[in-house]
Every structure is written in structure tokens, then in C-alpha cells.
Design a protein. Structure first.
Ligand SMILES: [Zn+2]
Length: 401
């Protein structure tokens, strides 16, 4: 793989051994659509390691044996790429970047992201906004990234919005981040300007420890994407921008409660369809409604009926990502047996007691937050959430086994 940056324009050329259909770090197959993309609102004089890692968040799935950058990188970044992915990276010849002092939040506007932001009221926001690609037709006009960007701009925080078409480098399964970390590509290029030492993400307990999302659905202490000692954690640390998961120890029930109790409540938006509120009719809205109803101890309020295809996703036989929150909702939503979730009751014996671990914070998640920002997260969890008992922590550690 050969990588070239011209300002915020990234172009990459595959080597003979590279592949058009690659695998992201979560093992999900991703097919390449085009070999260029751009990032707007970033400086052109960032540290060369920052350009290298920003590019790697896009090209990693398709790279096999080596990656050549257009400017020399540090030995530390080359070593992290070699140890993590087995690729030869070069040329080598730069001094490593030192970590800055500021923690910024990678802010999406979703409940998890808002909860992470609530823990650090002084942290600036970096917001990634999808924009159309100049050569790839946009067949997803319902995806209202402009609405999210406007909401992010009115939170009262210092917000830097990065615009990018990098999601259109993916042909399949659909436009999206080649690696989850591509959401940080613009943040990396801004790291010198913002004096970044850490970047906070809204990934919660399921994503960090339970192999949620597109991933394994079992306990993942060594999660390659989000563990600080995983390959991405080490690569980001090598450029002085530590991965920080402020809500990595709590479930989506807690992030939902924290977000809806926060002063950013009016800015929470997890659905990318619709312009003045969640659409209420997509699968994500249904999933979030189950969690919100559980948190608010009220009946389910949804126009979605059991015959809709989007309902089926959450009514399958386990295991699947987000299963812990389905159990949580089944145990807590009044009248759930009279809703479209009734068939799921056959798969679980969920009770309030058996799901109470999802109301507390998993202590190792706080331990792995870098020292400059750890105490603040610990104090927040002590005051607002409470920590898991050893028996509850064992529920995390035996998940999926
Ligand atoms: Zn929706």
C-alpha cells in the first residue's frame, strides 16, 4: 500500500498483494469502492505520524505486507504497525510525537457519546460529519449528517467539526468507516493544533468488554480495537493520542440515563434519519426505545409491529450484539409480554436481579483510563453509578462462555 497526502486529500495505491475485499479489525469483510478521500477542516502541517495513523484508519483493511508513507514516520509508529498488523511500514526517520495535555471527546450526539462528554464537562468536542464524495453517487440521502453537525455546534462546548467523504471508500456492506477508528482521522490531524493527549469515545461496556456490535459476543479483555494494550490502543499511544473510553465500564442503560439527565439532553440524537427528532421506525430507534423505556420504567412506546423486518433482528435466538440490553429491557419494561418483544421472552430468563450488573460500573474499565483523566471518571462513577460487586464483575468476565 502506498499512501499520499496532499493537504487533507488522501490517495492510496494498492500493491499486488493487497486485496480489494479486506477485513476490518472486527473481522467484518469490507470491499473497496475508491482509492481516494478527503478530510476538511484540518491543518496541512501535522506531525508525520499523525498523517500516517490517520491514513491507516482508512487503508488498514486492504493492506497485506507493507505500507509506504509519503513522509518519514517514527520508529515507534513503524513498530506499532509491525507488531499489530505484521506490516513493514516506512520510511522511518521522524522523532515520535509527544502526548499533549488535552482530552477531547469524539462526539457523535448519540447517548453513549453524550454520557462520555458529561464526565468531562470541560472537554472540547471533535465531530465527524459525512459529506458526499465527488465521484461516488450518494444513495443514502436519508442519512442526515448535517442535522447532527448543527446539533453538535449548539452544545455550548468548543466544537471542531471535521468534514469527510472517507466512508465512501467502502463499497460493501455500505458507506461507513473502513475501521471504526476512521472516525478519528480528522481528530488525529488536529492533534497538534488542539494539544491532544487523549481522545474519548462513547464505546460502552458491550463494545469494549462483551464483544458487541459486529464483533465476537464474548468477553473481550484483549479487544483489539479498544483495549489500551490492543493493536489500535498501542498505535494511538505511539502518536501521543491515547484512546480513552470514559463509559467503557457501563451499559447502554447507564449511558442512556446519564445522557438524559445531563444538560445536553436536548442534543441527544441516536437516529440519523429524520430532521427534527428520531424517526421511531428504524431498528436502532426500536432498540433504543426498549432501553429508554426500561430506564424510565414505563411501557414500550413504538409504532413498529412484529411483522416488520427490522423487528426480527432483536427477536432472533441469541447470541447477538446488544443482547445484554434486550435482557435488561425484558426484565424491566412493564407489559413487555404484550409487545412485539413477547417471543424473545422464550430465550431468556431475565430478571431485575439477573440483570442488575448492567446498572453498575465494571472497575477494570476505569483502571485502563490513562492517569491524567482517570480520577475524574472514577469520581463520576462513584457519585452517579456505583461499581460492580465481584459477583457482578464475574457476569462480565463469563459473558458468552
Ligand atoms: Zn430511527
Amino acid at each position: 500500500m502506498r499512501v499520499t497526502w496532499t493537504g487533507g486529500e488522501l490517495t492510496f495505491r494498492l500493491d499486488p498483494e493487497d486485496e480489494i475485499t479486506g477485513k476490518a479489525s472486527d473481522e467484518h469483510p469490507v470491499k473497496l469502492a475508491t482509492n481516494s478521500c478527503s478530510i476538511g477542516g484540518v491543518p496541512d502541517d501535522a506531525h508525520p505520524d499523525l498523517f500516517a495513523v490517520a491514513a491507516w484508519t482508512v487503508v488498514a483493511p486492504w493492506t497485506r505486507g507493507r505500507v509506504s508513507f509519503d513522509r518519514a514516520v517514527s520508529a515507534e509508529v513503524a513498530a506499532a504497525l509491525h507488531d499489530g498488523w505484521g506490516v513493514e511500514a516506512g520510511p522511518v526517520g521522524a522523532e515520535a510525537r509527544q502526548a499533549g495535555r488535552t482530552l477531547a471527546i469524539s462526539y457523535s450526539g448519540g447517548a453513549d457519546s453524550v454520557a462520555a462528554a458529561t464526565i468531562y464537562p470541560e472537554a472540547p468536542f471533535l465531530h465527524f460529519q459525512r459529506v458526499p464524495h465527488r465521484r461516488i453517487p450518494n444513495r443514502w440521502p436519508h442519512y442526515r449528517s448535517d442535522v447532527l453537525a448543527k446539533l453538535a455546534a449548539t452544545t455550548g462546548r468548543q466544537v471542531t467539526t471535521v468534514t469527510s467523504d472517507l466512508e465512501y471508500t467502502l463499497a460493501e456492506p455500505r458507506p461507513g468507516y473502513p475501521e471504526h477508528h476512521a472516525v478519528a482521522a480528522g481528530a488525529l490531524l488536529l492533534a497538534d493544533r488542539l494539544d491532544l493527549g487523549g481522545l474519548g469515545f462513547g464505546y460502552e461496556l458491550g463494545s469494549r468488554w462483551l464483544g458487541g456490535g459486529r464483533y465476537l459476543h464474548r468477553y473481550t479483555a484483549d479487544n483489539p480495537m479498544w483495549a489500551p494494550h490492543g493493536k489500535w490502543g498501542r498505535l494511538f499511544a505511539a502518536v501521543g493520542v491515547h484512546l480513552v473510553l470514559p463509559v467503557g465500564g457501563v451499559s447502554e442503560a447507564i449511558t442512556m440515563r446519564v445522557a438524559l439527565d445531563s444538560e445536553l439532553r436536548g442534543h441527544v440524537r441516536w437516529c440519523l434519519r429524520g430532521t427534527d427528532g428520531p424517526c421511531r421506525t428504524c431498528g436502532k430507534c426500536l432498540y433504543k426505545e426498549l432501553i429508554q423505556a426500561a430506564v424510565e420504567r414505563r411501557p414500550l412506546d413504538t409504532p413498529i409491529t412484529a411483522d416488520r423486518p427490522i423487528a426480527r433482528k432483536w427477536l432472533r435466538k441469541p447470541p447477538y450484539g446488544g443482547q445484554e440490553m434486550i435482557e435488561y429491557g425484558l426484565a424491566r419494561v412493564p407489559g413487555i409480554e404484550k409487545t412485539l418483544f413477547a417471543p424473545a421472552l422464550d430465550y431468556f430468563e431475565a430478571t431485575e436481579e439477573s440483570t442488575s450488573w448492567l446498572d453498575h460500573c465494571y472497575p477494570p474499565a476505569i483502571d485502563e483510563i490513562p492517569a491524567p483523566w482517570r480520577d475524574q471518571a472514577a469520581a463520576f462513577m462513584t457519585a452517579e453509578v456505583g461499581f460492580m460487586t465481584e459477583a457482578e464483575a464475574r457476569r462480565v468476565e463469563t459473558w458468552g462462555s
